[in-house]
Design a protein around this ligand. Structure first.
Ligand SMILES: Nc1ncnc2c1ncn2[C@@H]1O[C@H](COP(=O)(O)OP(=O)(O)OP(=O)(O)O)[C@@H](O)[C@H]1O
Ligand SMILES: [Mg+2]
Length: 497
């Protein structure tokens, strides 16, 4: 190899500038993903604010994205404008959102023919560089211009209001507005709709940054973007399943599964908003984050699991470090991630378990609805959340529990102590692990044919209900709202005969 080089045994084949730049426009971004890619850069530069301006003026419409990050020196700016400004194999700072050294250029060219960047560091004057696709096409050379286009300087003057920062200006937005006139109402309407799409996308992709105090604020035409939390973490009825940490090499992947509340447990607006841009069914599955930035918004990641109506409340948060980029096949647009082979089985297990829990919500709701005439469903165990911690207690309103405690006080204290002990020592972790390993092998309460044991328990509960003042018919009805007696309706109806 080296020998060939010494003998001049090679041809130097440089890319043709105009053809290369035109091809780079086809990376498959839309305006939402393109803007998110620029905001990645702002976050990596330590910005606390990002201001987006969408300015409508027919074919002269433009978009600018300004941040108050650390900015760039002239040398850094020139390198930033280079295609492939950094090697993807380089190790990055743990909180850096970049990888390929391409995003600024590919995202911008996907939307515009003129990309101007103006930037300044603290106590330095601003510097400007511009890629103009038409100029490169004419000159057929990689000529990076040293100034903004004629009459465009004003569009960069907003940088005066920050100590340091960067403005990215997109002009010649042929894909979005083309050759339209300013009074073209149809395209103007589309332009306004796009602003809304961008807002929704940013609210989702950066929700973990936007949801934290003093962290990041994004403004679109002076309106603050509010975070969209896919997991409804502030809702009491959201179930947090146990977090899992999976390790590979030095890297840690953190998985937090959630089951979102049934629509009867939250107000209608909350439920509708939680559906997300593509609707409940489409937004189930894994939400993959890299350094807190969302890459994938609800997908079963090619694990062979279908999107199912009954699983739509299952949403699973996955956190990756940027050191796993190549393992996860992260793409330049930061909109794809696939679990590596060594994690697929764990992901499948967690997915199945979460889907099972989400399906249960519908199963139990179904039972309640099917028994409109009777009181609500009665569980033996209740789930409680205190200070963010989940624990399980025995339902004190269960007729059998009430009856068991209806005894002289000296015995009652012993039974109460026993119940507390059972509640405190429920082997939650062990149950979780065992059931996760063999989801299909979990037994149901008193599974199979009605056993003598089950019949004995059933008649004890029945007696307790009669003792509490219920008629035979009422007691039978109440039993059919209790687990597991609802599966033995025939037997229930023979009680008291
Ligand atoms: N808003 C900004 N503020 C400060 N520096 C920036 C900004 N935008 C880009 N840069 C600099 O320009 C470089 C090139 O950005 P670009 O988005 O093209 O690639 P990247 O972020 O390194 O990787 P990726 O292709 O994965 O986005 C960045 O690494 C960063 O150093
Ligand atoms: Mg980038």
């Amino acid at each position: 190899m080296i020998c060939d080089q010494l003998n001049d045994g090679y041809d130097l084949v440089e890319p043709q500038a105009p053809a290369m730049l035109e091809s780079l426009r086809a990376f498959g971004y839309n305006i939402q993903t393109a803007i998110a890619d620029l905001i990645d850069n702002s976050i990596s530069a330590g910005a606390k604010n990002v201001w987006l301006l969408f300015y409508w003026d027919g074919s002269e419409s433009y978009v600018s994205i300004m941040d108050d990050g650390k900015g760039m020196t002239e040398e850094e700016l020139v390198n930033a404008m280079r295609l492939g400004s950094r090697n993807p194999l380089d190790e990055r700072e743990p909180n850096d959102l970049g990888r390929f050294g391409l995003g600024l250029k590919t995202a911008s060219f996907s939307q515009c023919r003129r990309l101007t960047v103006c930037t300044k560091t603290v106590n330095q004057n601003s510097v400007t560089r511009r890629w103009d696709l038409d100029y490169v096409s004419q000159t057929r050379e990689w000529r990076l211009l040293r100034s903004a286009a004629l009459n465009s300087e004003d569009r960069l003057s907003c940088l005066d209001k920050v100590q340091s920062g960067t403005v990215v200006l997109w002009e010649g937005m042929d894909r979005l507005v083309g050759e339209t006139k300013t009074d073209d109402s149809k395209t103007h309407k589309r332009f306004l709709e796009i602003i809304e799409d961008v807002e929704n996308h940013l609210a989702m992709v950066f929700h973990r940054f936007l949801g934290r105090k003093n962290n990041l604020q994004i403004w679109i035409n002076d309106r603050l973007v509010k975070p969209w939390d896919p997991f409804l973490t502030n809702e009491k009825a959201t179930q947090w399943l146990p977090e899992e940490n999976l390790y590979f090499r030095e890297d840690k992947v953190v998985i937090q599964p959630y089951v979102l509340p049934h629509h009867s447990k939250v107000d209608q607006l909350t439920y509708e908003q939680a559906a997300g841009a593509n609707g409940w069914n489409a937004q189930q599955g894994f939400y993959v984050y890299r350094n807190q930035r969302m890459l994938v918004a609800g997908d079963w990641l090619g694990l062979g699991l279908q999107r199912d109506e009954h699983c739509k409340l299952a949403r699973i948060q996955v956190d990756l470090p940027n050191s796993m980029d190549s393992d996860w096949s992260i793409d330049v647009k930061k909109s794809r991630a696939r679990p590596p082979a060594f994690l697929r089985e764990d992901f499948k297990r967690i997915a199945k378990l979460t889907r099972g829990r989400a399906t249960d919500i519908y199963r139990y709701r179904g039972k309640v609805i099917a028994r409109k005439s009777s009181a609500s469903y009665l569980f033996t165990w209740l789930k409680k959340v205190k200070h963010g911690k989940v624990f399980y207690v025995i339902n004190p309103d269960h007729p059998l529990v009430k009856e068991a405690l209806n005894i002289p006080i000296e015995y009652r204290e012993v039974i109460k102590a026993l119940l507390r002990l059972i509640e405190e020592t429920v082997p939650v972790q062990q149950i979780w692990l065992d059931s996760a390993e063999s989801l299909d092998k979990q037994s149901q309460p008193f599974e199979g044919e009605p056993s003598r044991e089950m019949i004995e328990v059933m008649s004890q509960v029945y007696k307790a209900l009669i003792k509490s003042g219920l008629s035979i018919i009422e007691a039978r009805k109440r039993l059919t709202t209790m687990e597991p007696f609802q599966y033995f309706e025939e037997l229930v109806n023979r009680l008291g005969e």
